[in-house]
Design a binder for this molecule. Structure first.
Ligand SMILES: [Cu+2]
Length: 292
């Protein structure tokens, strides 16, 4: 049996320890970021950020765009009589519609790009238009949770269908004259194929990034990624094709207030692996002959 005073003390001790437990759980969120959460640090611009720029080329003869048969929907035929495939948009050996991004890297202060979730100049909104029975743009880069406004500029019904791996499937019909739809993707993913359930030739790709360091190449194959902190980065150029696209990787160093170059090439064999593999000399293991 505990005396009345002992019970009072016990109650007091339990109360105090509960209070301290509660206060340790109400730390500011940025003080205690575990690996299990997607929240990260906030990067504050230092004024000495640099750029990564380059050109994406095609080595050899690029596959030619093919005419698309749109007869299944006369509204598409009349608006876009000369619709062609967009898998390879190559002009004078330069490749458009290539998504170039920082995959990972280390800032000059030793921190990792992936440790941050908030950067200056995060893009606030993007538009994906269905126009002439194809998507504009063909390749779109957004940040996590950035609202994508989806518009139908055609006199026909489209059915936009995001087919992601790390985000939920999203499938919406958008009839002629319907208002804009909005869609957000909560998880980073390179790249989400988007299709139209009405028009099987319609394809686009949406990349979702945790940071704003990405660009899509223009018609002349060029791209520029701005506001990059000084550091060392793995830069990847992604182009559609096959099940998951093709990636080319390059390591670049961005000096303080400086510019880094990252030129990529697809196609051909010029950028491929060495043609001859070195044969490792056979090593003999005398132990292998030992009896059990
Ligand atoms: Cu469509």
């Amino acid at each position: 049996m505990l005396s009345k005073t002992a019970r009072l003390w016990l109650g007091l001790i339990v109360g105090i320890s509960l209070m301290s437990l509660a206060s340790s759980c109400t730390k500011k969120p940025d003080e205690d970021v575990g690996e299990t959460t997607e929240a990260g640090k906030t990067y504050t611009a230092k004024g000495n950020e640099g750029t990564i720029s380059g050109v994406v080329s095609y080595t050899g003869t690029a596959p030619e765009a093919k005419k698309i048969d749109t007869a299944a929907d006369p509204a598409c035929t009349s608006k876009s009589p000369n619709l062609t495939t967009e898998e390879w948009a190559v002009k004078d050996g330069k490749v458009a519609n290539t998504y170039v991004y920082i995959k990972e890297g280390t800032l000059a202060d030793g921190s990792k790009v992936s440790a941050y979730s908030t950067w200056p100049n995060m893009p606030a909104s993007a538009t994906l238009d269905q126009n002439g029975c194809h998507y504009k743009p063909h390749v779109l880069g957004v940040v996590v949770n950035e609202p994508i406004t989806i518009t139908n500029s055609d006199p026909t019904t489209h059915n936009i269908h995001f087919t992601p791996k790390s985000n939920p499937d999203w499938n919406q019909s958008q009839p002629n004259g319907a208002g804009a739809l909005t869609h957000k993707l909560a998880h980073a993913e390179v790249l989400v194929p988007v299709k139209c359930n009405q028009h099987p030739w319609m394809k686009s790709y949406v990349a979702v990034s945790k940071h704003p360091f990405f660009a899509v190449t223009a018609e002349d194959g060029s791209f520029t990624i701005k506001g990059v902190p000084a550091g060392k980065y793995t830069v990847v150029a992604w182009h559609e094709g096959g099940a998951n696209g093709t990636e080319k990787t390059m390591e670049v160093t961005v000096p303080a207030s400086g510019a880094a170059k990252a030129d990529f090439s697809f196609g051909g064999t010029a950028m491929g692996q060495p043609s001859s593999l070195q044969i490792m000399p056979a090593i003999e293991f005398p132990m292998a002959t030992m009896k059990h």
